[in-house]
Each structure stands twice: as C-alpha cells, then as structure tokens.
Design a protein around this ligand. Sequence first.
Ligand SMILES: Cc1cc2nc3c(=O)[nH]c(=O)nc-3n(C[C@H](O)[C@H](O)[C@H](O)COP(=O)(O)O)c2cc1C
Length: 313
Amino acid sequence: MLLNEILDIKYPVILAPMFLVTNIEMVKSAIDAGATGALVAHNYRTPDELRKDIQILKKENKRPFGVNITLDFANEMNKENLEVCIEERVDFLITSLGDPGDVIKRCKPKEIKVFCDVVNEKHAAKVAGRGADAIIAVNNRAGGHAGALEKGEIIPLLTQKFEIPIISAGGVVTNQQFKEVMELGAAGVSVGSAFIATKESKVPIEYKDAVIQGSEDDVILTPRISGIPSTVINTAYIKSLGKSMSWMEKRLKKRKKTKRLVQKALNRTGLSKYQHKIVGPDYTKVYSAGPSISDVHEETTVRAVIERIVGVS
Ligand SMILES: Cc1cc2nc3c(=O)[nH]c(=O)nc-3n(C[C@H](O)[C@H](O)[C@H](O)COP(=O)(O)O)c2cc1C
C-alpha cells in the first residue's frame, strides 16, 4: 500500500522531521501541496507549545500530519509529548532512535499510525514485531542520523522481508531520485534536506546559503553534535569542534546538572569559546544537512520542492 493511500493524501511524500528546522509553516505548506509533514516534538520547549501547534494544524488544515518523537534517553519530555499527540489525535507518529514498543501500544487503540525509522534489517524486524504501521528505511544518503546501506540494498531487502509498507528516507530531491526509490518498491518518501532552504523555513540565511552552495563533498558524519554520528556541513565551526568527543565532554554530557553549572561558570569567566568542548555544540552554528544538498540550487517554496519531486512542475 502506498503512503498516499495509507493517509488518504495526494502524494506519497512526507516533509521529514528535522530538529531545529521543520516548523508549522513548512508542515502547513506540505499539507496544502498534497503531501504531509511531521512536526518535531523536541523542537518545542514544553508539551503545551507542541499541543498549540497541533491544534492550529488540526483547525486550519484538516488533513493528515504527524509528529516525530525521538526515543533516546536525552529526550526527557517524551512521555508528556506522547500524551499530547494521543490526546490531540495526530494522524501518525514517526519514532526514531529507540524501542517504539510502548508508543505503538499506546497509539494502536487510538488508531494513530506509527512509522518507525530503521537503518537495517534487525531494527526493521524489531519494529515490525512491535506492530509498526510502516517502516522508514533510512539509507546512507540521508541527512541526520544516516544509515549504512544504499537505497538499492535496504529497500528491496525490507520489502521482501516485511509485509508492511517501506517508506524510503535519504537522497531524494529530484523527480528522477523519487522515481528510482518508488521503482525499488518504496511506498513513499520522507524528505528532509531538500526543504531546508525553503521560504517557509526559518533557519538563518547563512544556513540556507550553505545548503544552496554546498555539495555532498561538504557534508560529513560527525558524532560531535548529538553523540551519535549525524550529517553536518563541514563549516569552520564544525572543524573547530574536532572529530570525537573528549573524555570529559562524554562524562559531563550525561549529567544535566553538571552541564548547566559548567556552562554558567564558563560564561562568567569569559571562556565561552571553549563551551563546545565542555557542554557541546552551539546549535546556532550547526548546519545539519545530508549529501542530497548537491541537488539544491536555490531557495524556493515547500510546494515547489514537492511538485518537483513528484514530477508535476
Ligand atoms: C537538519 C536535519 C535534522 C534532522 N532531525 C531529525 C529529527 O529530529 N528526528 C528524526 O527522526 N530525523 C531527523 N532527521 C532525519 C530526517 O527526518 C530524514 O530521515 C532525512 O532528512 C532524510 O534524508 P534527506 O535529508 O536526504 O532527505 C533530520 C535530518 C536533517 C537533514
């Protein structure tokens, strides 16, 4: 079953969840254009702020949309955010990094669909066993926490093994790339990097320019941002972070209290230029994006990106 049939929308395209990038305006435009989108729960400071945006989308758009919940330990508001999604009856959740078992158990009775990010067959078997409604196969061209397998490996592997739909994530900007993954058997695509430099996106102009001017050669996988290797544009700031986390950084990162104290002390003593060594990166200077930025050449609208991908423009 194709993604557009599962959700009753026009095009099998999800505007993917992107930390600090995906916003309500982008999701609104994706819905208006006949696709769908997923808000990112951890982009909101409180569960109530997330609730507010869900309510706005429900009221104004009346078309399906989702929310992404990242299930790792770092995300302390997961439980409350999940409650908000269930109470407000979002149409689907996208889970990443962790066991979606509890989320699926809570969502099934409420008819909220759960799509789970996976990077290999083992993860896929786990989420399928838990009752996921679809698998998002994250390939080695994806922005964010990329997988290791090529689209040509992971899509056929998972479509042969599992009955549920396989949505492909990674490396789709053009209609040709979209057609390739659909021909491999994907039920749809989840697209991130192609939307960073859109008019609806509120990231700084420097970030958009880096995406427009950059190519896949400028994108590196680094563990320095979240602790798990993720793709970023290799700017001077990223180079200054070095390639791996220091021993002290790893220890302090685990403890929220120490992290705050250290940050305060650094600010007081004017040592903030060392802050990333101790408390982690300055997110205003981190331009996360995947290698598919090679095919992004201008700032445009969310609708134009979707129409180019599905081949109607
Ligand atoms: C800037 C950026 C931030 C991302 N943040 C998240 C996130 O918060 N949660 C998540 O599940 N995936 C995240 N991803 C992965 C996307 O949801 C999606 O899988 C990926 O962008 C697909 O590859 P593409 O960028 O080549 O389209 C992020 C990707 C990018 C580029």
